[in-house]
Design a protein around this ligand. Sequence first.
Ligand code: ZN
Ligand code: ZN
Ligand code: FE
Length: 789
Amino acid sequence: MTNHHTCLRIEVRGVVQGVGFRPFVYRLALTHQLKGFVLNDDQGVSIEIEGAADSTRLFLDDLRATPPRAACVTSIETFLIAFQNFVSFEIRKSPVASTSKTVPVAPDLALCQECLNELWDPQNRRYFYPFINCTHCGPRFTLIEDVPYDRSRTTMAGFSMCPPCRSEYENPLDRRFHAQPIACPSCGPSLSLLDPSGHKLDVRPNALIAKCCELLREGKIIALKGLGGFHLCCDATNENAVASLRARKYREMKPFAVMFPHAQAASEFVLFNEAEKALLQSMAAPIVLLKKLRALLLAPSVAPKNQRLGVMLPYTPLHELILKTFNAPLVMTSGNRSDEPIAYSDPMALERLHGIADYFLTHNRPIHTRCDDSVVKIAHGRPIFLRRSRGFSPDVVTLNQPFSTSVFATGADLKNTFCLTRGNQAILSHHIGDLDNFETMLSFEEGFLHFKCLFGAIPQVIAHDLHPGYRTTKWVQENFSDAQWKGRVFGIQHHHAHLASCLAENEHRGAVLGLALDGTGYGLDGTIWGGELLLCDQRDFIRAGHLKTFALPGGDPAIHHPWRIAMALLTQVLPADEILVARERIFPEIALTQYSVILQMLASNLNCATTSSCGRLFDGVSALIGCTREVFYEGQAAIELEQLANNTYENRQKSLEPYLFTLTPNSGQSKIPFELDWRPAIRSIFQDLDARVPLISISYKFHAGLVEGFLKMTQMASRKYGIKTVALSGGCFQNDYLRDNLITKLEDDGFTVLFHKALPTGDGGIALGQAVIADRTYRGEKSCVWQYR
Ligand code: ZN
Ligand code: ZN
Ligand code: FE
C-alpha cells in the first residue's frame, strides 16, 4: 500500500478552550511529523494537517484517544482538503471577528499531579506556592469576567507576568502555554492572615500556613478563601471547635463536610469503593457522601444522626498545603451565616462571618463568581448529584433538537440553579441557593447578567415556576411584563418541569408516565402537589394519579414540626378521642394545649394547606414513629427515616411484609384516574407502634409498601394508556431505597425507566425542564398527551 500524502481539516467541538488543547495538538503534530496549524475559533478548535496518510491517521487516533484531561470533546469532524504546502506546524492567532461566545467556558479544576509534584519540590521555583496552576488545572469559571477567555478578562488582570512566567506562557511546548491564571511567588497573588477587624497578623509569608495550622490545633475557627468563596474550617476531631462552629453559624443539625489530606487518611474514617475514590480524586473534586465507619473518630457534632459523611480532598494548592501540614481532617463548610450565600470577597467575609471566624486566611486573587462545592453520592454504580456546582459549572447539556430561541428559565426558589439556552445547548448555572433573602436574590440576578454576557445569549422567552408566591415568579413579573414579552413568559408546573428535565436529559420524545415524588410544588388546583403520576411529554401533561391528600396544619411551620403532619395523618384513620389518648404514648414531649390546638385546627380544617406530597408523607411517618420530631434542614426527616430502613435492608430482614397502600381508581367528582391511599399503612404503623415492633422494621415496611404502591399505580396507568416508559424525578428519588427498588421492580415488569444522568433529581435540576417546556410551548408544538384522554 502506498503511503500517499493527505491534507485534512479537523474541527473539534466541546470544552476545548482554556484546557491546553492547542499545545496538545501542537505536540501531537510534531510527534507525527505533520505540518499545518491549529487555532481557537468561535466554534472550538480548528486544525489543518498535511503529511503521510499513515501519520495523519495516527494523529487522529491520538487526538481521539488522549485529549487533555480537562477537555470535554463533543465531536471531531474531518474533511479532506486541497494541499496547502505548509512548511511547518504552528499555533495561529484566533480570527479577529471571532467572538468565542459559542464556546463553553471550562469549569474550575482540581490541582493536577504535575503541579502537585512541583508544589512539594524544594528545587522548583513554585515550591510551597499556594497559587500554582497550569492549563490542566486551576480556576476558570470563578475568575472569568468576560469572554474570549484571556488573562485581561479575568481577575488575574491586575497581576503582570514576570519574565520566567511569560516565557512559559508563550511557549507552545510548555504545559503553562496560555494558562491564563499563571503565577509564581514573584509575580502572582499572595496570602495574608487577618484578625476579625481586618488587621494583618505579623507573620512571615512562608510561615503563614504553619501559623494557621497552629491556630486550628488550638481549636480556632478560620475563614479560608478558596476557589469559589470562603470556607469555614476547624479541626474535625475537636468537639469543642465543631460545636462552637455550629452554635456561631446557627446550624443545628445539617451535616458538615470534611476535607482529608488524602484518600488514605479518609479510609480510616469512611468506606469507599473504586468508583467513589475516583470521584473524590476527579478533576471536579466534589464532596462525596460516604458511609461512616462504625467507630468514628471525628467529633460527634460533625454529622449528627447521619450514617454518611460528606468527604472531599484538597482541590487547590492552598488546601493541599494546609491539609498536609495539619495532617488531620478539617471541617470545611460554606462560609456563610445560615441561609445567606457564601462570602467571596474580604469585606463581605469580614462583615458576614464576624462573630463566627476567629481568623481569616485570605489572598489578593479576586473571585468573580461565587461557586459552592458540588455534592454527589454513588448508589448502585450510578452517581446521584445532590448539588452540581463547582467543578461542573457552567454545565452544558447538548440536545439533539435546537431551541427555537434563547430561553431563560429561573429554576425553583429552593436550591436554585437557572438555565440559559443557545442553539441546541442548555447552559446550567452554578448553585445559587435558597432564594429566601435579599442576598441570594441579588446573587441570582448577578448570575443571570453574567451568563448573558459570558454566553452571548439574549433571552426571548422566559420560564418560571407556576407558584405565585415564589420570589423568582415575582422577579419575572417585575422584569418581563412589558408588551414585548406578551406570549413569551411561561409559568411551568413544578412537577412537569422535574419530569421534562429528566426527559430532556434522556433525549426522550413522546409521552411517558412520569412519577414525580417530591417535597412541595404548586399544583394546577392551587394545592401543594408532590406525589404525582403525570402522563406527560416535553410539552404538556395530564395528572393521572396522586397520593391521597392530607392537611398541613398551619402550612409551612408543619414542615419544621412534622409531628403536626403525623397528627394530620392520624386524624384520617383514628377517632379524635383516641388520638388525644395516644398523645402520652407517641408525642409525650408535646404539651397538651399545643396538641389540642392542632387537633382543632384539623377538625375544623382551619389554616390547613392541602397536599399530596410524598416528601411530606415521609416527614409525617418519621415524626409518628419518633425518628424525627423537629426538622432543621430540608429532607432531614426523610433521610433519618431512610437510614432506619437501610439498617433492616442490610440485616436482610426481607421477609417483613410491606405495609399496604391501596389503589383506588377514582370515581365521582374527581377527574384524576388514580389515587394511592396511605391510610391502611398508617393504621398498621399505629398498631405496630403499640406492639413495640422495632422502628427499623416499621421504616422498612413503609418504604417497601410505598414502592409496591407506586409500582401498582404505574402498572394500572400503563394498562389504561398503553405506555411502557416511565420517567422518575423529584427530591424523594435521592432516597436510595425508594429509587433503586422502584427502578428494579419497574424494569423487571418490562418498563423502560428514565432517570436523571447528571442533573440533580431535586429542585436543583428543574430549570432545564422549565426551559424545554417553555420552548415547546412557544413554538406551538403539539403535545401527544391529549390523544390519551
Ligand atoms: Zn496543573
Ligand atoms: Zn511569575
Ligand atoms: Fe421539587
